[in-house]
Design a protein around this ligand. Structure first.
Ligand code: KG4
Ligand code: ZN
Length: 343
């Protein structure tokens, strides 16, 4: 059994976890910064980076203490090396390098997207490769064939906004605060998802790409019109995103014969998204897997698990590994208009 100490700091969550290759999470902690960013209606990179500097060291000590593990008992240090807000990535990666340097343990530089991509395997022992993955988070919306550790083929991406970004922008328009996804989901429970006519961008298109900018603009018009209840706008917006997910993922299922469909990333915490994709998988005779909500949103357990998978495959990294703001899982992925910004 290999024991991995993992650090995550690519956005506005500071997270530390101790994860075993036997899928045991010995201890973990996630500290969000919502209060610090709320006044700005979104994450302020500089504030996030400074907060990681203050929070991470104490969290590392706390997680080791809670598990009663000394740093010398750890087999490797995993740290997110990108993609993400570069200041925060640099803080966590350098903390990881410091731990690796002082303990003499190897460093594993983990791609945050690979953390999300492999996260279902931490809790779903039976989920084997390959699988079709809908990865929907605050920064990304992609359909990927996960063929193995470090082996990804991107089938589709967003041509403008990420899905979580769309949730956050819609929530801002409705004055629901940040982060928007959980707030929209809660408000949508009391709304009518058919009340507000909203577009489903790219639905029916041949390539399974996504687009959410037009949906956001339509929400803006619906709010400005004053003709709709906020809960109806929230429910209709959420339904539009779900319809886009289902249509685009169905298209990908037609071109991929992967036996399983998986959804991961922060937006996968949404129960309407989860149930719609579960049904889609069943309709197409595919096995379905989605991590529990806490494992969908940013955390260090997924970084530790990706680290454990990479460690088992002999993939360790040098102390000169760079921090990367952009780091696509599939560097060969077809270039999509506007996609460079998000990929
Ligand atoms: O994976 P994640 O925690 O961070 C990134 O890597 O981006 O995803 C955060 C995104 C945010 O945009 C947030 O609004 C969205 O996931 N999100 C949700 C829900 N919970 C988080 N979106 C819809 N419904 C939710 N319940
Ligand atoms: Zn994430």
């Amino acid at each position: 059994m290999a024991l991995i100490l993992a650090l995550e700091s690519s956005c506005d969550d500071s997270a530390v976890a101790l994860v075993g290759s036997d899928r045991q999470i010995l201890a973990q902690a996630v500290v969000g910064q919502n209060d610090a960013h709320r006044p700005f209606g979104g994450v302020v990179p500089e504030i996030a980076a400074r907060a990681h500097v203050e929070i991470l060291p104490g969290m590392i000590r706390q997680v080791l203490h809670e598990a009663d593990i000394a740093i010398g008992e750890v087999d490797a240090i995993a740290a997110t090396a990108g993609p993400g807000l570069i200041g925060g990535v640099m803080v966590g990666l350098l903390a990881g390098k410091g731990l690796a340097l002082s303990s003499g343990k190897p460093l594993i530089a983990v791609n945050h997207l690979e953390g999300h991509a492999l996260s279902p395997r931490l809790v779903d022992v039976k989920l084997g490769f390959p699988y079709l993955l809908l990865l929907a988070s605050g920064g990304h919306c992609q359909l990927l064939e996960v063929r193995g550790v470090g082996d990804y083929r991107r089938l589709a991406t967003t041509i403008d906004d990420a899905a979580g970004e769309a949730f956050d922008k819609a929530a801002k328009l409705l004055d629901l605060g940040y982060p928007g996804g959980p707030a929209i989901e809660a408000l949508a429970r009391n709304g009518d998802s058919a009340a507000v006519p909203l577009p489903r961008p790219l639905v029916g298109a041949k390539e399974p790409h996504f687009s959410f900018a037009g949906l956001k603009a339509a929400v803006q018009r619906a709010v400005a019109s004053g003709a709709h209840r906020p809960e109806d706008i929230a429910a209709s917006f959420q339904q539009a995103v779900v319809d886009c997910f289902v249509d685009r993922t169905r298209r990908a299922l037609e071109v991929s014969d992967a036996p399983s469909l998986v959804v991961a990333g922060g937006v996968a915490a949404n129960s309407s998204v989860r149930s719609a994709l579960k049904k889609l998988a069943a309709d197409h005779g595919r096995r379905f897997s989605v991590p529990p909500g806490w494992l969908c949103t940013d955390n260090a357990a997924m970084i530790g698990w990706a680290g454990a998978e990479r460690f088992a495959a002999g993939m360790v990294d040098g102390l000169d590994t760079p921090a990367r703001a952009r780091w696509p899982l599939d560097p060969e992925g077809e270039k999509v208009r506007g996609a460079g910004v998000k990929a």
